[in-house]
Design a binder for this molecule. Sequence first.
Ligand SMILES: [Cu+2]
Length: 480
Amino acid sequence: MTFKNLLTQTLSAAILITVTVSSCKKKEDEKIEPSFQPFTTPLKRPATVSGTSATFTASASSSEVIPGTSTGFLAYNNSIPGPTISINSGQTLNINFMNSLSEGTNIHWHGLEVPADQDGFPTSRISAGSNYNFSFPVNNRASAYWYHPHPEGATASQVYKGMAGFFIVRDAEEAALNLPSGDYEVPLVIQDKRLDNSNQLIYSPTTNDIMTGWLGDKIVVNGIYAPYLSVATRFYRFRVLNGSNARIYNLALSNSANFYVIGSDGGLLSAPVSTQSLMLSPGERADILINFSSYSVGTEIYLQSNSFTSMSQGNEFKIMKFKVDKSEAETFSLPSSLSVINSLSPASADTTRSFVLKADPMGAMPGMSGMHTINDKIFDENRVDEFVQAGSTEVWEIENTSDEPHPMHIHGVQFLVLQRTGGRNALIPTENGWKDTALLMPGEKIRIIMKFPSYLGKFVFHCHNLEHEEDGMMLVFQAI
Ligand SMILES: [Cu+2]
């Protein structure tokens, strides 16, 4: 690196750390800790749960988002983020869950194919003070899935207040690739928060917040505001989850270096895809490799969100810092192929369905849900919107006619994105693999294909902008 480059990088870092993320609302000109300097707090790794049985307790808790200060949260096992569950495909998971919150909750296993009674249907709640035994076989491919509450009316607030964790599935195919592991495999859950003057979480969406989704101005990674990670001169694997309620990240490195996307929501891609940026909307995951081997010790690089066009968000900001602080011999070489994606042919589809997404601020009475709709409908637990034949293959066409982005998520199934028209008019790297959540920017239409599993019963599909979901942007399908 030349001196000029170093100077430019140092200067831009100095300028950028003073930038806070606009939340399109008032600036909470917060007094965090007077001594607080962004990107000086080490990243922490979530707690882990290994094996096939665990006890989970949901309760009020606290955590240091900003070092030296205590922020109240709702947590699983007092852990922010929730403990990472790590399990092999084919094993059966048993979770003895205790709800020690003061309100009802449930758990949705996002991305996993599970029976309907394990999936966290929005109106099936575990009441305060009660427990429930979750038990289901894990048959999905190796990937980073996640879990979070899904009770109607409290999904957005409970997730925002801290209830979310990784669910890592491993299998033999992935193990054979010898991807970076241990210290070199790092889960990153990225979220945005608003804090008050006492560094407590604010969650009080107005009608305007519900239109855009709740956007925070503090970006936290694994529960820490503006952290850094020390890295060695080699490849690292990052399992990235956008666990935010509404914020979309356009992930990039501050030196514009390329990185490799190797996996998506539902596991490995067929081959690594090199890219300079990657959009990741709420609920989506990306499995990425960053090669730090060409940097000299002392180099600092930020993970940032590049600007993109959207009415309510999309400005550039820093997320976390990588400090290259030790030289190490590389033991990993990037495989040219990773896995086989068995594509589904649209000609084999049994049914094609169409969905139109709308947002109309006048669509609801003040204080009531209904501004965001799918096929002009909002969630009704007593109505089944689509009957789906278990085991059948379907094509769904989803069109976003609103002026807000909508990350659409289907429960209990993984799909492939066949096509995107309008807007970006193309697929993005993560869409080369299995997905459970796909972003529709304004004006975009996607065609997806999926084969439903054999589980029967009622599931939901919805917008994963959690304020939109709470506003009713969710329908019911029943597998028969
Ligand atoms: Cu939405």
